[in-house]
Ligand binder design. Structure first.
Ligand code: FMN
Length: 198
């Protein structure tokens, strides 16, 4: 599969099989992530791969509870694709512990060295995360970008022992897909590309 095909079918796969991902596959995903560009090649990223059942249960219970009001009070008038997104996100939150691997993309402020800025940390961890999800797709693995860590950050930090100067930037669910990959629905190039002038 070429890179474009992987990107154009790299949907948020929130329905995942419970089968574990082998260690070499997980390492391959982190390898792909860490081939990304970063500010000044600072590479201020680290990844916690969470596969431990009891920890996933604890974090999952917390995420489920914290997210419940979000789903109970979902906005009115959602279209079919937004409804699908909410339903999928709810399913993922409620089945947090069943996801084979949660990959937490973490960052340290590392660039520029004389005055490290938060923006460069996120601007380095997210390209790595995008690399990871596209690589996963090419390997037949489903992923979903989330910010679920924001719902349980103190607990995650405590259970996993994340150092104080390390930020949690993204939580990616990964596993073999329960549903079919399909083409992503995105704005057409003609609506977003400006050639030479806005
Ligand atoms: C920064 C960021 C945060 C996201 N947070 C969540 C989230 O918390 N829960 C979730 O289910 N999906 C989350 N997503 C996935 C998007 O909702 C999803 O990519 C978008 O709806 C388009 O769907 P598609 O990728 O399947 O085409 C996030 C994506 C990004 C880039």
């Amino acid at each position: 599969m070429d890179a474009i095909e992987a990107m154009e079918t790299c949907i948020a796969m929130r329905y995942l099989k419970e089968d574990p991902l082998p260690q070499d596959v997980l390492e391959r995903l982190i390898y792909a992530a860490t081939r990304a560009s970063s500010a000044g090649n600072s590479q201020g990223w680290e990844f916690v791969v969470l596969t431990d059942g009891p920890i996933k249960e604890k974090v999952g219970a917390h995420v489920r509870e914290a997210m419940a009001p979000v789903f109970e009070n979902k906005p009115q008038g959602l279209d079919a694709s937004q409804t699908k997104m909410y339903d999928g996100a709810q399913y993922l939150a409620e089945n947090f512990a069943k996801v084979p691997a949660w990959i937490f993309g973490c960052g340290r402020k590392a660039y520029p060295p004389q005055d490290p800025q938060e923006v460069f940390m996120y601007a380095s961890v997210y390209p790595a995360a995008q690399n990871l999800i596209v690589a996963a797709r090419s390997m037949g693995i489903g992923t979903a970008f989330t910010t679920f860590h924001m719902m349980a950050e103190p607990l995650i930090r405590e259970l996993i022992g994340i150092p104080e100067d390390v930020q949690l930037c993204v939580s990616i669910a990964a596993g073999y897909p329960e549903r079919q990959f399909k083409k992503v629905n995105r704005r057409p190039v003609k609506d977003v590309m400006h050639l030479n002038r806005w």
